[in-house]
Design a protein around this ligand. Structure first.
Ligand SMILES: [Fe+2]
Length: 321
């Protein structure tokens, strides 16, 4: 197994260790799971299986390795203002009949709500990392890995998982990409550096990258959050992503305090977690923010809800979506 040398975030900075789920509503009046179960061929999480008969009023979770796609329902469908990247362990050939476009190495599938999913075959080292993360999902762990180059130790940072029976399918979330207004990219990256101590960089084709789980020597990330400037940015519809902060409770506390100092800690009335203080955030081991701000002026640059979790989050709590 070849694991590249990783430069995890700067010493003392928590960083983001996992892109754990994306959350997109499907419309109540026409709920459909078939895109996820038949076209993407994702297994459903059995912890939400009791909701399958009443899908349309209750949430379903679709597994992507150690990550998930959460599918609650709402008055209208939601989508990220850009693509969601997925990694496959095998060839993309089985997905081509369902794709709206393809290249030799990747293809795009589109959900009924218009969400584009970009599938590509995973580099070998990511298969190893994501598989280890996945298979460790259900055990109790020492949540602070000492050796961040060891996939087994990396995997110990996360909560629970039900091993995939399906081989050659989708093994993880690769990235989430969002369109942002012109002239905001450097400031948005600075926000992530400031809040999380994340490693960020811009690519030659002007995409802004927030590294998740470390960066290899040749600039590859395990997962990432991507931003791309666009003249036209759709109005925010309330979709969200969930991430884990590295370095256990101390890292989580540090990130919460930075978010509080910047005035971005936010309670979404839709959900049961109401963490607006550190005490409450430590009770549920998570907090939320929605506004991405210019850290120098306080100007709101972009809206995108983040569910920020500690590695000790009890993610078997079914009341948290
Ligand atoms: Fe969520």
């Amino acid at each position: 197994m070849s694991i590249p040398t990783q430069t995890i975030t700067p010493p003392g900075s928590p960083g983001i260790s996992l892109l754990e789920h994306v959350n997109i509503n499907v419309p109540t009046d026409s709920p459909s799971l078939s895109f996820y179960t038949e076209k993407l061929n994702l297994p459903l999480d059995t912890r939400k299986s009791f909701n399958i008969p009443v899908f349309g009023s209750k949430t379903i979770w679709a597994n992507c390795g150690a990550s998930q796609i959460h599918l609650p329902t709402g008055p209208t469908g939601q989508k990220f203002r850009g693509r969601i990247g997925l990694l496959t362990s095998g060839p993309i050939t089985p997905y081509l009949p369902h794709s709206i476009s393809s290249t030799d190495t990747s293809c795009i599938l589109q959900s009924p709500e218009g969400q584009e999913f970009h599938l590509r075959k995973s580099p070998e080292y990511k298969i190893d990392l994501l598989t280890y993360r996945g298979t460790m999902w259900s055990s109790n762990q020492n949540l602070t890995p000492e050796d961040t180059t060891d996939p087994v130790n990396l995997s110990k940072e996360y909560g629970k998982y039900e091993p995939e029976s399906d081989s050659g399918g989708i093994i993880g979330l690769d990235y989430v990409q969002s369109s942002v207004p012109p002239s905001t990219l450097p400031k948005i990256l600075k926000f992530y550096e400031n809040i999380f101590g994340s490693t960020t960089f811009q690519t030659e084709d002007n995409k802004g990258i927030v590294a998740i789980g470390g960066v290899t020597e040749n600039g590859e990330c395990i997962q990432n959050i991507v931003f791309e400037e666009n003249e036209k940015v759709e109005e925010y519809d309330g979709h969200h992503l969930a991430i884990y902060v590295a370095s256990g409770v101390s890292g989580f506390t540090e990130v919460f305090n930075r978010a509080k100092d910047l005035g971005v800690v936010w309670v979404n009335p839709r959900f049961s977690d109401k963490a607006d203080t550190l005490e409450k955030a430590l009770e549920c081991m998570q907090f939320r923010f929605k506004d991405i701000k210019d850290v120098d002026t306080g100007e709101v640059l972009y809206e995108l809800e983040h569910e920020v979790r500690c590695s000790e989050h009890k993610d078997n709590r079914s009341d948290l979506d």
